[in-house]
Design a protein. Structure first.
Length: 235
């Protein structure tokens, strides 16, 4: 799905999670006319599916629980938990509602009924504050990872990876010589809270290693026996 709309120099792909069809349709039309790429949804489950698949630049939600779940993540899901979120609040909201929204991870709170022009200004302000993320581009040895486009290169050649293998490689590339424990990786890549016995990590790491080996003779995704994995050996 192309996500080419811009605000200034920023990509602006938005999820609008609004159960009321008339309001959702109005926001979809107005935001699209203003150059945003808009995906409207009515059910909470759709928010998480899209957040994982599309990796939007901002999400508009109407429920405090949705905001909290986006921030906390869920086992087996891999959306960006730092995605900017604006909560469209209820009518006659009180100060405590705004405070709770911010405490649960919202970047901004807009009362109902809202003026579209104000909402648009709030969206642009939040996107400006978010700006380009320092962790969007990761480089380690011959490996270069572009998180927003989900593109990985090895020595300038494209490395095609399924979603979880990409997330695992990106996590290791954040600090390529550091040893990440298995519990860390299972928690941060897969969202597992109770680790137990699983071969999920080992099988994914093995596949990533084999895919990289087709493009270079340098060993990557190093298994540290009994501890976990690092991307590359110290120089």
């Amino acid at each position: 799905m192309p996500l080419g709309a811009t605000v200034g120099r920023m990509s602006a792909a938005l999820i609008v999670a609004e159960p009321e069809s008339e309001t959702r349709g109005f926001l979809e039309r107005q935001l699209a006319d203003d150059g945003f790429d808009v995906l409207g949804v009515s059910r909470p489950s759709e928010v998480f599916d899209l957040a994982e698949r599309v990796r939007p630049d901002l999400v508009l939600v109407t429920e405090l629980d949705l905001c909290a779940r986006l921030r906390e993540g869920e086992p087996g899901r891999s959306w960006d938990r730092d995605v900017p979120v604006i909560l469209l609040g209820r009518e006659r909201a009180e100060t405590v509602d705004r405070v709770r929204a911010l405490e649960r991870g919202a970047d901004d709170y807009v009362d109902r009924p809202f003026a579209y022009e104000e909402l648009r200004a709030r969206i642009r302000a939040v996107l400006r504050r978010a700006g380009p993320r320092s962790g969007d581009i990761l480089e380690a040895g011959e490996i270069r990872i572009d998180r927003p486009t989900r593109c990985a290169l090895v020595g300038g050649r494209r490395l095609d990876l399924p979603a979880k293998e990409f997330e695992l490689l990106a996590k290791l590339a954040e600090n390529p010589t550091r040893v990440y424990t298995k519990d860390e990786l299972l928690r941060e890549v897969w969202g597992f809270r109770s680790m137990g016995r699983t071969r999920t990590l080992d099988s994914h790491a093995s596949r990533v290693r084999r895919r990289i080996a087709r493009l270079t003779t340098t060993p990557y995704v190093v298994n540290v026996w009994g501890v976990g994995y690092r991307l590359m050996l110290p120089g």
